[in-house]
Design a protein around this ligand. Structure first.
Ligand SMILES: [Ca+2]
Ligand SMILES: [Ca+2]
Ligand SMILES: [Ca+2]
Length: 302
């Protein structure tokens, strides 16, 4: 079980702007999938912490809020969010306030509280993702996007953070040790049925690779998993961790699995936290926000 950040960037890089892919499908096709305009609200995070800079992913859910993983924000001293603009470049937005779920504990990821929020004073110039509130995730197709490390199913992670990719996987299983007991959505990274040189298993016994089968990998943390329903894409998962299910010490190769924090279970927390934070510029509320922000930053440095 590994957290999907896992990488500290030695210096601040501007994302050129991911996950592991099928070995028989060109990377260019996963990159093109990542460029789909409906996935535009998924951006890259460069976070600062006392240990250095790190990469994550996140999804804009309103003009001023981005949804990501708790472990992408809980130790942050700064958060910059990069969204692709109309010209194909990237615009950086500086987060001015962030919070991890109060029950998040990085030593107990199966509890299912790995969700966090980042607020921006500056409006995010993108159509935000809609949150999934139904409960038809199991057996459904998840569209997964992020800026994480990549590689293919035969070799696992081999290439660095910073390129946006998207792919799909089946949502196979739901479980969490806390909360409603189903706060994590799991999938397995399958090889093609007719081209499986490593003899990788189909862990959830729900079939081998789909076209554009994909697994989140390091740096995809916080990235979105979407479900297509009623001709719309809805944000249904937040990438949390990967599992070395085949126990070969290779991350995100065929036969491994991943977990996404379930948006429909955490919807109440997301909604109350995005509604309750005072918007800047509203008199004493702005002052309160400043105090909270200062306190948070001090706390984060401890
Ligand atoms: Ca699968
Ligand atoms: Ca499978
Ligand atoms: Ca493995």
């Amino acid at each position: 079980m590994k957290l999907l950040t896992g990488i500290l960037l030695s210096s601040l890089v501007v994302p050129a702007m991911a996950g592991t892919i099928r070995h028989d499908t060109p990377d260019a096709e996963y990159r093109a999938f990542g460029g789909w305009d409906k996935l535009a609200p998924v951006g890259a995070i460069i976070g600062g912490s006392s240990e250095g800079y790190y990469g994550c992913s996140g999804t804009a859910i309103s003009a001023h809020w981005m949804l990501t993983a708790a472990h992408c924000v809980d130790k942050a001293t700064s958060i910059d969010f990069y969204l692709r603009d109309q010209q194909g470049g990237y615009t950086a937005y500086e987060g001015n306030n962030w919070r991890a779920h109060e029950l998040f504990d990085e030593t107990n990821l199966f509890a299912g509280w790995d969700v966090g929020l980042v607020h921006f004073d500056q409006a995010l110039d993108v159509t935000p993702a809609k949150l999934y509130r139904d409960n038809n995730e199991l057996g459904n197709l998840g569209v997964i996007a992020g800026f994480g490390t990549s590689g293919d199913g035969l070799g696992g992670v081999t290439s660095p953070f910073g390129v946006k990719r998207a792919g799909v996987n089946l949502v196979s299983y739901a479980y969490s040790s806390e909360g409603d007991g189903q706060q994590l959505l799991f999938g397995d990274f399958d090889p093609p049925a007719n081209d499986n040189p490593n003899g990788a298993w189909d862990f959830f016994e729900d079939g081998y690779a789909l076209p554009y089968e994909y697994s989140p990998a390091f740096g995809d943390s916080g990235g979105g998993m979407f479900i297509w329903e009623n001709n719309e894409l809805y944000l249904a998962g937040v990438a949390s961790f990967i599992l070395d299910l085949n126990q070969n010490n290779i991350n995100a190769d065929y036969g491994d699995g991943f977990a996404e924090t379930r948006v429909s279970s955490l919807w109440g927390w997301i909604n109350s936290n995005t509604a309750s934070v005072p918007e800047p510029g509203s008199g004493w509320l702005a002052g309160l926000a400043l105090v909270l922000l200062t306190w948070r930053r001090r706390f984060a440095r401890c």
